[in-house]
Design a protein. Structure first.
Length: 237
């Protein structure tokens, strides 16, 4: 599992290792993991997690491009929206609250979303994660850093004109409760007010890759491809 893999990486310093493990509250499982590895129960893996956040307004094409990135570069795709919709469908304790929040075009409390992402990361055997539609607020961003204890390697921003995003969402045809004009207008306001500051934050950190998200799906992917192709040449990916 990733948390054991990450923790066992030789490229992470031991103080960072301890800090991360305690944040994840997994020191016990970490040491168990080491013991199991020593016994040969788990195949040894030494890859550091490689995290990509995929940002952009509603309908900017995040999910569509994530499918292509998965096919070409073998990432695990974790869509925050899909994880939240799965919670609604499973009728979990948070389901009704999540449904109302999504209908209103608002953002679900960060701890709920980060816990869902954390669970998926822990279950995955992959070390390359595409985290789609997250972080959408500064609160999301800080919560991820506090709970997961790592920062993204790459942040993709699909930059798309509002008119085009509205057109795409209204044609999406996936039966989503938020794909209507009233909710999309609210979502665009939330995007401007709460998500753009996150995008600016990563721009200032030099981690942001802005993609002009107009044109065909293939044309857009030709802007995405070289970003990961360059990382593939490095030992980190
Ligand atoms: N380049 C594109 N041109 C036209 N339509 C697109 C393009 N990329 C995606 N779409 C369509 O737009 C809608 C929204 O795309 P999606 O990937 O779900 O965006 P997001 O995840 O950012 O909301 C979907 O119906 C998708 O098929
Ligand atoms: N980090 C996130 C991601 C999604 N959500 C909620 C609120 C969003 O409007 C919905 C839908 O998100 P999703 O990423 O699936 O939406 P788009 O693909 O951008 O249309 O889920 C959230 O509260 N917090
Ligand atoms: Mg999406």
């Amino acid at each position: 599992m990733w948390r054991r893999v990450a923790s066992l990486s030789s490229s992470i310093s031991s103080s960072f290792l301890a800090q991360t493990a305690s944040r994840l509250n997994t020191w016990e499982s970490l040491t168990t993991g080491i013991a199991q590895q020593a016994k040969g129960v788990i195949a040894p893996k030494e890859k550091t997690p490689f995290i990509t956040f995929v940002l952009g307004g509603p309908g900017s094409g995040k999910g569509t491009q994530c499918i292509k990135i998965v096919e070409t570069f073998g990432f695990a795709h974790l869509s925050a929206g899909d994880l939240l919709r799965r919670e609604i469908a499973s009728k979990s304790a948070d389901g009704a609250m999540i449904l109302n929040t999504i209908k209103e075009g608002k953002i679900v409390p960060s701890q709920v979303t980060v816990k869902l992402i954390q669970k998926e990361m822990e279950l995955s055997d992959n070390h390359k994660f595409l985290i789609d539609g997250f972080p959408r607020t500064e609160e999301n961003r800080v919560s991820f850093e506090q709970i997961i204890g790592v920062e993204p390697n790459v942040v993709l921003f699909f930059d798309c004109p509002e008119e085009e995003m509205v057109k795409r969402v209204l044609n999406r045809n996936e039966g989503r409760v938020d794909d209507n004009l009233e909710t999309i207008k609210k979502r665009l306001t939330v995007f401007q007010a709460l998500s753009l500051p996150v995008i600016n934050y990563y721009s200032e950190k030099g981690k942001l890759y802005t993609i002009k998200a107009i044109g065909t799906e293939d044309e857009i992917f030709e802007q995405v491809r070289p970003i990961f192709a360059a990382f593939e040449k490095r030992p980190s990916l």
